[in-house]
Design a protein around this ligand. Structure first.
Ligand SMILES: [Ca+2]
Ligand SMILES: [Cu+2]
Length: 326
């Protein structure tokens, strides 16, 4: 079976997605904090942030990728809910697997996709058409992020990866929560700041900063990642400063699944065609971008950015964060 549709040119950097191995150098002191891995392994979320009911904003009036349905800006009424300040970690996901014996979609299919730079010998392995940096790797899954004998030792506090929408829902249900709706996700990411581009405001995450705000790509995509932000792949879930509501890594690091199906609010012909395809394929919505995003290629590390892929798709940069009804 074919999990992703390489003919969808929109997917490129962002979708088929990739792995959780920290390949890089030491994190700059100003950019990260030590991971609090014991807490990340909690059975029940112990540090939920309660967000009040309010008027949330979705989208932007300053879209960069109109074909994704980023605009216009709209207001949505939001009920109070609780959100995990962190993405779900490998450690927590392992508890779920131990408790339930759950097999992820990547395990059932027997493969997932990994970013070429994170493989020791990517030569000759099947690539994703139109996104040649994605390598199809047999055996790649959440606890073998680059396939083979890879593992998540030392990555306990990193976000779980190679997660499909189906997997994310199964985990959320086990944990007593659910996936956020897009409007809730953006409400949380914006933290009351209005139509700003990022969870911290409008400041661009340039390649050379004293203090990095998120885990994305620096350098020339897809060949040279300087990892100036400390990480060439995933970063611990509590890396970098949180947004004003105390939420970490809402953009960058790993894509986060939302409960919504993928749909573009537009009457344009191109949007209708895209929606038809998304409906037929059962595509679901992803938010937040990943460690592979960069302004030179894929600017989806913005609050209003969005992407859609099939519910059974996974990659080395697909993860999740869960919410709870208040
Ligand atoms: Ca990075
Ligand atoms: Cu991207």
């Amino acid at each position: 079976m074919n999990k992703f549709q390489p003919e969808n040119d929109k997917q490129l950097c962002c979708i088929p997605e990739a792995t959780g191995e920290k390949v890089s150098k030491r994190a700059p002191e100003t950019a990260t904090q030590p991971p609090s891995q014991n807490q990340d392994c909690r059975d029940k979320p112990s540090r939920l942030v309660t967000l009040p009911a309010g008027r949330g904003l979705v989208g932007t009036n300053f879209p960069l990728l109109s074909m994704d349905g980023e605009s216009p800006l709209r207001q949505v009424a939001i009920q109070a809910f609780e959100i995990d300040p962190f993405a779900v970690t490998n450690c927590w996901f392992e508890k779920f697997v131990e408790a339930t014996g759950y097999k992820t979609d990547a395990e059932q299919y027997g493969w997932s996709v990994v970013f070429h730079d994170h493989l020791e010998a990517p030569e000759g392995q099947p690539r994703v058409a139109n996104a040649q940096w994605w390598v199809r790797v047999d055996g790649a899954c959440w606890n073998r992020p680059t396939g083979g004998s890879s593992n998540v030792d030392g990555l306990e506090g990193h976000p779980v990866t190679h997660i499909s929408w189906n997997d994310a829902n199964a985990f959320a249900q086990w944990a007593g929560g659910r996936l956020p709706r897009e409007a809730e996700w953006e409400y949380a990411a914006r933290a009351g700041q209005g139509d700003v581009r990022y969870p911290w405001g409008d400041e661009e995450p340039e390649d050379l900063l004293e203090t990095y705000r998120c885990n994305i790509w620096q350098g020339d995509f897809p060949n040279t990642n300087t990892a100036a932000d400390g990480y060439a792949a995933t970063a611990p879930v509590d890396s970098y400063a949180p947004n004003p509501w105390g939420l970490y890594n809402m953009v960058g690091n790993v894509w986060e699944w939302c409960s919504d199906g993928f749909k573009i609010n537009s009457l344009k012909r191109q949007a209708k065609l895209r929606n038809k395809q998304a409906l037929k394929e059962g595509e679901k919505l992803l938010k937040g971008g990943s460690f592979l995003c960069h302004r030179s290629y894929c600017t989806r590390y913005r609050t209003a950015a969005r992407s859609g892929v099939r519910a059974d798709s996974s990659a080395a940069h697909t993860g999740m964060r869960i919410v709870f009804d208040a």
